[in-house]
Design a protein around this ligand. Structure first.
Ligand code: C5P
Length: 239
């Protein structure tokens, strides 16, 4: 059973190392896993990731790899060599690419969890039509989720709404990482659909990604602790 502390991932959505370090310092012991995405990684490169890991933090490297299997396997090897705990790939890369990613991760020393992104939440049914995909977003999420799972990926990135459907259809035994989480009573910002930690855990989410409610709080450590408490209560009441 995962500890509440290991379920909270703080999104380091900032432009540079100085800002990132300041946030990590201010959070202190209140969180241990940080998501490094395209903005920070492109600005600061792998040294940022190495520094976080050598300071005892875990890193979720959210670069959403999507390329031919050999190239993605190489990228996963490089990420594993950095020591990241989790990383993302696009399920649309297909099962050969997903298998190559999962194998590269499992053969590495760090053995990061490979998480597949199904359909970007910015895409609607009409956007899929335009891409030549006749399925609805909901159907496509389930199809790609099953594909990623069967290819050996350790989990999926999904909204809480999708999480409930994925759990119903695909069962357990894989992680679901959910962004767009807001502690009870917080502002939604630009997230169209937000859920509380409790709703997300009830839907079958295993890990929560939280950015602005922590980054922009007057006291980020206190905000992270409060979310952790909500997660703990949600997990214990879910049973
Ligand atoms: O600040 P906030 O808590 O909204 O940050 C959520 C994080 O999750 C951001 O890094 C954002 O890019 C990411 N994300 C998201 N919605 C998705 C996928 C990823 O908010 N559908």
């Amino acid at each position: 059973m995962l500890a509440a502390r290991d379920r909270l991932i703080v999104a380091l959505d900032v432009s540079g190392a100085a800002q990132a370090c300041q946030i990590v310092q201010s959070i202190g012991e209140a969180a241990s896993t940080y998501k490094v995405g395209k903005q920070l990684f492109t600005a600061e490169g792998p040294q940022m990731v190495r520094d976080l890991i050598s300071s005892g933090r875990k890193v979720f490297l959210d670069l959403k790899f999507h390329d031919i299997p050999n190239t993605v396997a190489g990228a996963v090897q490089s990420a594993s060599a950095l020591g990241v705990s989790m990383l993302t790939v696009h399920a649309l890369g297909g099962s050969k690419m997903l298998k190559a990613a999962a194998e590269a991760a499992s053969q590495s020393t760090a053995k990061p969890m490979v998480l597949a992104v199904t359909v970007l939440t910015s895409l609607s049914d009409a956007d899929l039509q335009e891409l030549g995909i006749a399925s609805s977003v909901a159907t496509q999420v389930l199809r790609l989720g099953a594909l990623a799972r069967n290819a050996g990926c350790g989990g999926l990135v999904a909204s809480a709404l999708e999480a409930a459907q994925l759990r119903r259809e695909l069962g357990g035994g894989f992680a679901i990482v959910t962004p767009g989480v807001r502690p009870s009573g917080a502002a939604a910002e630009d997230q169209a659909r937000v859920v509380t930690p409790r709703d997300a855990i009830a839907a079958g989410t295993t890990h929560l990604v939280v950015g602005r409610p922590i980054l922009e709080a007057a006291d980020p450590a206190k905000a992270a602790e409060a979310i952790m408490q909500e997660i703990e209560v949600a997990v214990s009441t879910r049973g």
